[in-house]
Design a protein around this ligand. Structure first.
Ligand code: PLP
Ligand code: COI
Length: 340
């Protein structure tokens, strides 16, 4: 077993043994190959570098109490990457190849899957990009698909403790008919100024509003938004947010636990009415929100008055993690135990 300080791991990059690579050229995908290098030799005119033909995914492998490694809804990540590929005219990765490369990347780095009960997991990062040269604005004719892994701890330094976020209106991460529903690098580039602005003001992440009217809540940095009001789990419906697999799972779980789920446009004014609010995504699973500051009006919305996550968020968080780590039955068939 690799000697890492598992419980102190940040959400960051750690060099592992190997990564997997496959290449699309002359109309077909190569056999996947393993590489021990952290570097790639890339054509200087590759479309990924110039025109942002690039998409990625983020998923986790969890080690259970029984020592076994579990992956969570990998087929949803594959589907989303296929959608991202179509959205920016890249060659999609066949489902079987995606699965094979993920499993192989985990296998080759088995010692980097954190032990149970350390709060850490193995983050899996599939990456697809246009590697063929083009000078005109056109899709590449060659693509590279890479899967690397890295052991990670909590996304927010607070872990499962309330974080403070801030509303930004001077940058948008995505346009209503743009690429917000795709997991493509350009959206993250567009989000960096907003992230920087709120960090400098002392907040953990930006809350983006809809780009057109600035009336509705879109998402929180790199996570979806949800609010709890009485017995309701409410989450935005928008044409510019990334469909989060964590949010999709939480909606199903919420219903299973007897909550009513509403997916609809959520006006920013409704922030005053929520009992609990949270950010959800693979990295944090749920980050409870303790405060939302409107940097333009100075208005502040506060939650978690006792400094602790709300009880509905806590229940959802604990239940989802218990399913992911195999501590609890998985009535939805979300988890696959790997034969490693
Ligand atoms: N929204 C954005 C912009 C993201 O980058 C992510 C992370 O993948 C999410 C939401 C959460 O999605 P998921 O739960 O599938 O990780
Ligand atoms: C997530 O997994 O929720 C993320 O947003 C990951 C981020 C590093 C892109």
């Amino acid at each position: 077993m690799t000697n890492l300080n598992w419980s102190e791991l940040p959400f960051g990059y750690v060099k592992t043994n190997a990564n997997m690579r496959a290449y699309f050229k002359d109309g077909s995908w190569s056999e996947p190959e393993a590489s021990e290098s952290e570097f790639m030799n890339i054509h200087m005119a590759a479309t990924a570098l110039h025109y942002g033909q690039q998409a990625f995914e983020g998923m986790k492998a969890y080690r259970g109490k029984d020592g076994k490694i579990r992956i969570f809804r990998w087929d949803e990540n594959w589907k989303r990457m296929e959608n991202s590929a179509h959205g920016i005219m890249m060659e999609p990765v066949p489902k079987a190849l995606f699965k094979q490369m993920i499993v192989e990347a985990i296998k080759r780095n088995e010692e980097f899957v954190p032990p149970y009960d350390t709060g850490a997991a193995l983050y899996i990062r599939p990456l697809l990009f246009g590697s063929g040269p083009q000078v005109g604005v056109k899709p590449a004719s060659e693509y590279t698909f890479v899967v690397f892994v890295t052991p990670v701890g909590p996304y927010f330094k607070e872990g499962f403790n309330p974080v403070k976020i801030a509303i930004v209106r001077d940058t948008d991460r995505a346009a209503p008919l743009g690429t917000g529903t795709l997991k493509v690098g350009g959206n993250y580039a567009a989000s960096l100024r907003g992230v920087d602005r709120v960090h400098k003001a002392g907040y953990g992440a930006p809350l983006y509003l809809d780009a057109k009217e600035k009336v509705y809540i879109d998402e929180i940095g790199a996570a979806n938004f949800f609010g709890i009001k009485g017995n309701k789990y409410i989450t935005p419906k928008s044409s510019s947010i990334l469909p989060s697999i964590t949010n999709k799972s939480l909606m199903q779980l919420a219903e299973h636990l007897g909550l009513e789920v509403e997916r609809r446009p959520v006006p920013v004014t409704e922030l005053a009415e929520f009992d609990e609010v949270g950010a959800c995504g693979t990295a944090a699973i749920i980050a409870p929100i303790g405060e939302i500051k409107d940097l333009d009006t100075d208005e502040t919305f506060t939650y978690c008055p006792d400094g602790k996550p709300g009880k509905v968020s806590k229940k959802l968080y604990e239940t989802l993690l218990a399913i992911q780590f195999g501590d609890q039955d998985d009535p939805f068939g979300w988890v696959e135990v790997l034969d490693i």
